[in-house]
Design a binder for this molecule. Structure first.
Ligand SMILES: Nc1nc2c(c(=O)[nH]1)N[C@H]1C(S)=C(S)[C@@H](COP(=O)(O)OP(=O)(O)OC[C@H]3O[C@@H](n4cnc5c(N)ncnc54)[C@H](O)[C@@H]3O)O[C@H]1N2
Ligand code: MOO
Length: 401
């Protein structure tokens, strides 16, 4: 089978991804990182009344003209309104209302003079400065106007979004149900703590990286299982579990070795192979298939390869499923700092750190089998096929994580 490009692979995967149709209603408190199912229009004005932005006195601006320490103006204080108080008043001439920051400003008053510019009077207040109309006055709807489109369907909810929903008095919100993913790391060499390592074994790290990454992306991880290199065991497990998930991700067993069992798994399941091998390093031998009309994404077992192909392939799938492009990797041009001498016949992604238009690479190993030098990295540099290496100050393209 011909190797395909990364873009072709993404296109095939996205085409086979069904959009999530299930929604659920959650409390705004629980909605962090979930995808909004519908547009939200503001049901109320925020604030829903004219309010004071200062501790002071609500006045009519025109009645403060010319006030100074030499020529104070006296107003009658007809009411004291703390934040949360309300009173229906009829403003008459030369009157003021003592207000606090956040207090309701009764109709007829159009500005607030801060208390520092007064004698703090209780019944009569002396003003030592004038104010312009709407000074220190936060008008109804200043923050949000009733009827305004506030949040669009497909928004991945952040703390600010939740604050906005809360300020609109919304207790619950309808979100897309997270998609369900099952994860399998395959390999007879894989151990898991507290098991002691036998000679020839390594601890399974892929499952921990990918499961936690899926959770960060608000995906429901239905199972996360380590299985030995036994194609029948893996096929049986997938057969049994496929009904519970929207997609299965596996790591390991996709290359050409005797124990690269995922080819046999696909054949036992009679799944439909979509592609095998992408023209890129790391992670070349990605094996994608369709089983029971659902995607199975077989990633390489090498930890850096598994992580890279997960980010590059799964995020477009998730964006498609969740009706949003928020998960899609952001690309930027950057100035390369350092040197990278490894030439590359194939397109290559290397781990790096991007900040303020400059990208640098870690000093550790760049091998596909090495996870630790990913520490502190926040992007990949996308290096085109045939590149001889990277030179200082060269402009490169980075994919942000
Ligand atoms: N003769 C050839 N050999 C290999 C080729 C090739 O074209 N011809 N391709 C190489 C490339 S490139 C890659 S990438 C790997 C892909 O191997 P697999 O995806 O089949 O993965 P495994 O062989 O199962 O494992 C590779 C490596 O990663 C370790 N591993 C596996 N699972 C985990 C895990 N969950 N946590 C941590 N480490 C894991 C495993 O022990 C191996 O060391 O094939 C090359 N070979
Ligand atoms: O494709 Mo592999 O480059 O070693 O991860």
């Amino acid at each position: 089978m011909e190797r395909i490009t990364l873009e072709q692979a993404i296109e095939v995967l996205v085409q086979q991804t069904k959009k999530q149709t299930k929604t659920k209603t959650v409390s705004v408190f629980e909605a962090l990182n979930q995808v909004l199912a519908h547009d939200v229009y503001a049901p109320i004005n925020v604030p829903s009344f004219n309010r004071s932005a200062m501790d002071g006195y609500a006045v009519k601006a025109s009645e403060t003209a010319g006030a100074s320490h030499e020529t104070p103006i006296k107003l009658q204080v007809i009411k004291q309104l703390m934040a949360g108080d309300y009173a229906q008043l009829k403003a008459e001439s030369n009157q003021a209302v003592l207000v606090m920051t956040g207090s309701y400003i009764p109709d007829g008053f159009d500005a607030v003079i801060r208390q520092e510019d007064t004698n703090y009077g209780d019944e009569v207040v002396e003003l030592y400065a004038s104010v312009k109309p709407f000074m220190n006055y936060s008008a109804i709807g200043e923050d949000i106007k009733q009827g305004q489109l506030m949040l669009q369907a497909g928004t991945v909810l952040t703390p600010i979004h939740l604050g906005i929903l809360a300020s609109l008095g919304m207790e619950k919100v309808e979100v897309l149900a997270p998609i369900k993913v099952g994860l399998i790391s395959s390999g007879s060499e894989l151990a898991e703590a507290p098991e002691a390592l036998k000679p020839g074994q390594i601890y399974d790290s892929n499952r921990f990286v990918l499961t936690s990454r899926l959770k960060q992306l608000n995906v429901e991880v239905v199972f996360s299982k380590k299985i030995s290199d036994d194609p029948t065991a893996v096929a049986c497990f997938i057969k049994e579990q496929m009904k519970n998930v929207d997609l299965v991700i596996t790591t390991g067993g996709v290359s050409v070795g005797k124990k690269d069992i995922m080819h046999e798994v696909i054949s036992q399941l009679e799944a439909n192979r979509l592609f095998w091998r992408i023209n890129m390093r790391p992670g070349t031998p990605v094996l994608a298939s369709l089983y029971q009309d659902k995607l199975m994404l077989g990633l390489s077992g090498n930890p850096f390869a598994a992580l890279t192909t997960f980010e590059l392939l799964f995020r477009p799938i998730l964006s498609q499923a969740m009706h949003t492009n928020t998960y899609t990797c952001v690309r930027k041009q950057a100035r390369f700092k350092g040197t990278f001498n490894k030439g590359s016949k194939q397109r290559r992604f290397i781990r790096a750190y991007y900040e303020d238009g400059v990208v640098s690479i870690p000093t550790g190993e760049h091998a596909s089998s090495v996870l630790s030098s990913m520490l502190g990295c926040n992007c990949f540099i996308d290096i085109e096929a045939g590149n001889a290496g990277l030179a200082e100050n060269e402009t490169v393209e980075v994919v942000l994580l």
